[in-house]
Design a protein around this ligand. Structure first.
Ligand code: GLV
Length: 307
């Protein structure tokens, strides 16, 4: 009985160390040192190479190392009858909320701009940007917590989701028909959607055209939510005043990508809400204990809904 870790762009050895701190941890193997495939009961994945999952006859659980699961669901070798779980945790939601609040404050208070002006000894005072209407696209765990923190900080928050949600203190919108309505008053739009066939490329010119001139975009969902050309166009025509991007279609973003040097794009390297290794290790081992005695793991995703 063993757990297998298959990672790209995260350190499998570090997760193994955290798993091994618990006395209930079984043997942990790191791909490609798989050993006897019959031993593998659980696989932990992050941005894995696709096509490698259907060769483990005793597999009982596939666990995402993060909140997102699109890489797993889109893997053609994903066995149909094996439950897929994702990481759901307060630390993840709170970090995301803090990151979004910090990004908004940085934008409204011109903090990065002052740092740049400092380089040329330029004493120049700017106005605080006024609009405090924020629309959050995606009202799952991360969206809900972010909405709450922004509300507590005096922002007027609207939330849009696929199905109806009732969150206090924010304006709730749902379904395709209400998407435009949720966006017309937004000064700042935050994308926290899961990546699904319906939400892929949702941040496109049609959506940007609905916004007030000069709105600000924060994408902390996935790179493939965004049509890059449409963003560049909206920035050029000043439809959008700027964008903060934490996620990209290709990660790490190639060094010759136009975003790196764009004066209106603030980039961060997919760090808005890093997985807490200690917590994810505990959550996976608890689920491992469940599958060992034939119980269902918690935090399962619905592969048909992509989250
Ligand atoms: C990070 O992007 C995650 O999916 O947890």
């Amino acid at each position: 009985m063993a757990i297998l870790i298959m990672f790209n762009q995260a350190d499998p050895k570090l997760l193994k160390v955290h798993l091994k701190l618990s006395i209930d941890c079984p043997e942990v193997r790191i791909y490609p040192d798989v050993g006897d495939k019959d031993d593998i009961k659980c696989i932990i994945l992050w941005k894995q190479d696709v096509g490698l999952l259907d060769v483990y006859p005793n597999l009982r659980m596939i666990a995402s190392y993060g909140a997102g699961i699109e890489n797993i669901i889109n893997d053609p070798s994903l066995p149909k009858d094996v439950p897929v779980t994702r990481f759901i945790d307060d630390t993840l939601s709170n970090q995301m909320a803090e990151f979004v609040l910090g990004s908004i404050l940085n934008y409204r208070l011109n903090l990065t701009l002052y740092r740049e002006l400092q380089a040329s000894s330029n004493w120049s005072c700017k106005n605080i940007k006024k609009g405090k209407n924020v629309t959050i696209l995606g009202m799952g765990e991360l969206g809900k917590t972010t909405a709450k923190l922004l509300h507590l900080n005096g922002y007027a928050v609207s939330g849009w989701s696929r199905s109806e949600k009732k969150n206090q203190s924010i304006k709730n919108y749902f379904g395709n028909k209400q998407l435009n309505l949720s966006l017309v008053n937004a000064d700042i739009v935050v994308c926290l959607l899961p990546l699904t066939p319906e939400t892929k490329f949702i941040l496109n010119k049609n959506l940007f055209n609905i916004l007030k001139k000069g709105a600000y975009l924060i994408n902390v969902g996935r790179g493939d939510h965004l049509v890059e050309e449409d963003l560049l166009d909206a920035l050029y025509h000043e439809k959008l005043s700027g964008a903060l991007l934490d996620v990209y279609s290709k990660e790490p973003l190639p060094t010759d990508h136009i975003f790196w040097k764009h004066p209106k794009i603030h980039m961060t390297p997919h760090i808005s809400s890093p997985t807490d290794k200690e917590k994810v290790a505990r959550q996976i081992l608890d689920n491992y204990a469940r599958i060992k005695v034939g119980e269902e793991p918690i935090n399962q995703v619905n592969p048909k809904r992509f989250y």
